[in-house]
Write a protein that binds this ligand. Structure first.
Ligand code: GLU
Ligand code: ZN
Length: 314
């Protein structure tokens, strides 16, 4: 099997330890198996994404020595690995889905529609929908004055996917309640659609990311399958949390990699810290990337099965 993974940051802030933790573990797992890594810029949300953050991500990854094989620049068989350059791909697939009756317009008020553009991380409102617009007639649609968002027309279906840490996951998706949004009323493509098309299109075989996205995986697996791609295996990794149990998030201004670098941390210190947090070392000590590759087989990092890992520093 030709292993292909991706690291898919949203350039909405500087990288912090939580982002680098995912990037490092994805790199380690993939490189230990001779696979390829795609660096995908998830910048569909033009209002929150900035070029300087994109550059910051590249700078931090390169400082750490985490290399990748494709993206964000360059053109590949699937096109660009930058989401803002893939709008026409998303647009074509959306019109296909419309023609096939897989999606329908929803005119419900904004208060009924949740923010769906960014990845729904743990603790954020999860979408609930009552199927209100599933069966509007052509006349009723015509009479609407506002722009609709578009939802998938879910039929009750059972979705299964494999997670390296959680095993085989099975979920039943329901008509109405699970009619998730694929396009917002303002025309922007929703995270769930973009990520599914991209993982499918880019031939991603294994998806590593924080386990706060575990609840999104059934939707993505369903969509990836519906679009005719091969559903990847997932690896939902433990979230790094602070001593109060709060997720290190760039939105909350956690310590950035740049700050750590300025404080004198070397990449070996961070690698050693990550291996310690993953249960591979009894205490943190400097480790090189080469040693990490050779001496720390991924499957011998026992704590990656945990849901949360506490970062003992502030
Ligand atoms: N771009 C998303 C984020 O940074 C990650 C999406 C994913 O890995 O599926 O939150
Ligand atoms: Zn509706």
């Amino acid at each position: 099997m030709n292993i292909r993974t991706r690291f898919a940051p949203s350039p909405t802030g500087r990288m912090h330890l939580g982002n680098l933790w995912i990037a490092f573990l994805n790199w380690l797992w993939t490189r230990q198996r001779g696979g390829k890594i795609v660096l995908r810029m998830e910048d569909i949300d033009r209002e929150r994404c900035r070029k300087e953050y994109e550059e910051g991500i590249l700078e931090d990854l390169s400082w750490m020595g985490l290399d990748f094989d494709e993206g964000p620049e360059g053109t590949y068989s699937y096109g660009s690995a930058v989401q803002s350059r893939r709008y026409d791909i998303y647009g074509t697939l959306l019109s296909d889905m419309e023609k096939k009756g897989y999606i329908y317009p929803c005119y419900c008020s904004r208060s009924r529609i949740h923010q769906v553009l960014s990845a729904p991380h743990e603790g954020e409102a999860s979408p609930v929908y009552d199927g209100h617009c599933r069966n509007l007639t052509a006349e009723e649609r015509q009479a609407m004055t506002k722009q609709p968002c578009w939802r998938v027309r879910m039929e009750e279906s059972t979705v299964s996917f494999i997670d390296l840490f959680y095993g085989t996951m099975t979920r039943t998706l329901k008509a109405g309640a699970d009619d998730f949004v694929v396009r917002r009323a303002d025309g922007l493509v929703a995270y769930q659609l973009a990520v599914s098309i991209d993982d499918g299109d880019m031939g991603i075989t294994h998806v590593f990311r924080g386990n706060d996205l575990l609840d999104s995986a059934p939707y993505q697996a369903w969509l990836i399958d519906k679009l005719g791609y091969h559903v990847p295996t997932y690896g939902h990794l433990p979230l790094l949390v602070d001593t109060k149990g709060i997720r290190l998030s760039k939105r909350q201004q956690g310590i950035t990699i740049r700050e750590l670098r300025n404080r004198g941390y070397r990449k070996e210190d961070l690698i050693g810290l990550f291996l310690y947090l993953a249960g591979g070392l009894p205490e943190p000590k400097p480790v090189s990337l080469r040693e990490a590759l050779e001496d720390f087989p991924f499957e011998k990092l026992p704590d990656l099965k945990k849901k949360h890992i506490i970062l003992p520093v502030s």
